[in-house]
Design a protein around this ligand. Structure first.
Ligand code: FEO
Length: 154
């Protein structure tokens, strides 16, 4: 998987608002997903089309984004293992692949590849929303049916 970094047209930026339809019924996870979408919107807010400004902003924020993503994945992976979710291995693989794609993109941008912040924000938004709807939803359904569901503190 690679991120399309071709320049965008003059389409309006596609900010994303939290919708109850994204809720998985696990508060800590919903709160972290809201946090991820806040990062996405912040990226859109800084997508000016001026590459130098976008690079300065990107460098200032990308480590924080990565740490937040890792923290979120750790929370979910802990919940899945604590509750013996059978789809854990496949889900963790999706998390690991996503982290590698983001890390590779950061390296590519550091090496001089053109950075189009709006494209990067769109990639994050699409991945997060699709992952919530198709992958996270699987453990949420499993937890709902579990009579012994255990919650993590972080
Ligand atoms: Fe919410 Fe599996 O990431």
């Amino acid at each position: 998987m690679t991120i399309n970094t071709e320049p965008t047209s003059s389409k309006p930026k596609e900010h994303v608002s939290w919708s109850d339809s994204y809720s998985l019924g696990v508060k800590i996870v919903d709160d972290q997903h809201k946090g991820l979408l806040n990062f996405v919107n912040d990226l859109f807010n800084h997508a000016t089309g001026k590459e130098e400004d976008e690079r300065t902003y990107f460098k200032s924020v990308i480590n924080e984004v990565l740490q937040y993503v890792k923290m979120h994945f750790t929370t979910e992976e802990k919940l899945m293992t604590m509750n013996r979710f059978p789809g854990y291995a496949e889900h963790k693989k999706a998390h690991d692949e996503f982290k590698l794609v983001v890390i590779k993109s950061v390296k590519d941008f550091d090496s001089g590849e053109q950075l189009v912040l709006e494209k990067f924000a769109n990639f994050l938004k699409d991945w997060i929303l699709t992952h919530i709807a198709k992958v996270d939803k699987q453990y949420a359904e499993y937890f709902k049916k579990s009579p012994t569901f255990k919650m993590t503190e972080n």
